[in-house]
Each structure stands twice: as structure tokens, then as C-alpha cells.
Design a protein around this ligand. Structure first.
Ligand SMILES: Nc1ncnc2c1ncn2[C@@H]1O[C@H](COP(=O)(O)OP(=O)(O)OP(=O)(O)O)[C@@H](O)[C@H]1O
Ligand SMILES: [Mg+2]
Length: 162
């Protein structure tokens, strides 16, 4: 496996409240492209689903954004792009990824946002971008890493919220 977890993030963003996490998600909307894979790392409650909600709102989704904890995947077909939101927290074994046929969503027409990707290793597609969320008291901190040439290029065009 390719260990780059100790390298420097491209961006580091302080997130003082929930709306700031949503704003960071919204800042990713312009760079989202078919086949792009974003891993959302961080403990329970770190803000992974919140960031995804902000991204979906910026893409024009007006309905609810539910955690895929029980469904494994939530599919959003939006005017510009499809977005596949995964959560593998409940996997007892990584092979459940293959049994559910989820590999078909990767490298397709949509962008993939993945919570708890490590639970689907080695089957899940590696990230282009990894966003690490950490709890900091009542607030959060995000670190954005480019994990592929494509991901690094995308991150050059992300304008983080102040
Ligand atoms: N920057 C922030 N400051 C304070 N609270 C935040 C921030 N971002 C998100 N939260 C809050 O943290 C809580 C948990 O968020 P969320 O459900 O997005 O976490 P998660 O990482 O998806 O967790 P899980 O691993 O259980 O799916 C929510 O109540 C959300 O409003
Ligand atoms: Mg979540």
C-alpha cells in the first residue's frame, strides 16, 4: 500500500461551527468531476456527512442529505453531475463492498465521496483527494491532501472559505 499519510496537506482549514464545515464542502463543488474519488476521514461525529451536505447544497440539491450508514450508498443525480455518497462504517468485512456491487460506482459518470473508506480496503478505489476532519474542542479542523496527480490539480482550484 501507498503510505503518504505523513505528508503535508495542501490546505488546512479551521471550522468554527457546522456552517463552516458545510462551506468547505461547498468550496469543493466547482472542482467536482466525473470519476473523482474523495475520502472523508475522521472519527465519529467529525463532520464528514456535514461536509457532504454542504457540497450537495452547492450543487443544487434541495432535499435532505441522510447519512448512508445503513444504506451504504446514497445516490444524488444533479444537473451538473451525479454524486455517490458512501459510508462503510458498519462493514464487518471489506468483502461486503464487492458483495454489494459497489465497485461499479467508482470510475463511472459520478463523483464518489467515501466515509470510512478504510473499512473497504483493499477493494475501494484509492482517493484522489483525502479530507481529514478532526475534532478540536467544540470546533473542527480539516486537512486536504492530494492523493493523485488529478486530485492535486483539483485542489489548486479550491478556494477555501475564509
Ligand atoms: N465545524 C464544526 N463545529 C462544530 N460542530 C460541527 C462542525 N462540523 C460539524 N459539526 C457537527 O458535528 C455533528 C456530527 O457531524 P456529522 O454527522 O457530519 O459527522 P460524521 O463525521 O459524518 O460522523 P459519522 O462517522 O458518525 O458518520 C453534527 O451535529 C454537526 O452539526
Ligand atoms: Mg457521517
Amino acid at each position: 500500500m501507498h503510505h503518504v499519510s505523513d505528508d503535508n496537506p495542501r490546505l488546512c482549514v479551521a471550522l468554527a461551527h457546522t456552517a463552516a464545515t458545510e462551506a468547505l464542502g461547498a468550496a469543493l463543488a466547482p472542482v467536482l468531476a466525473p470519476g473523482l474519488v474523495i475520502w472523508l476521514s475522521g472519527d465519529l461525529g467529525a463532520g464528514k456527512t456535514t461536509l457532504t451536505r454542504g457540497l450537495l447544497r452547492a450543487l443544487g440539491h434541495t432535499g435532505s442529505v441522510k447519512s448512508p450508514t445503513y444504506t451504504l450508498i446514497e445516490v444524488y443525480t444533479l444537473s451538473r453531475i451525479s454524486l455517490y455518497h458512501f459510508d462503510f462504517y458498519r462493514f464487518a468485512h471489506a468483502d461486503e463492498f464487492l458483495e454489494a456491487g459497489l465497485d461499479e460506482y467508482f470510475g463511472s459518470d459520478g463523483a464518489c465521496l467515501v466515509e470510512w473508506a478504510d473499512k473497504a480496503l483493499p477493494h475501494v478505489t484509492p482517493a484522489d483527494i483525502e479530507i481529514r476532519l478532526q475534532v478540536r474542542g467544540q470546533a473542527r479542523q480539516a486537512e486536504l491532501f492530494g492523493r493523485s496527480a488529478r486530485g492535486r490539480e483539483c485542489l489548486k482550484h479550491v478556494v477555501p472559505p475564509q
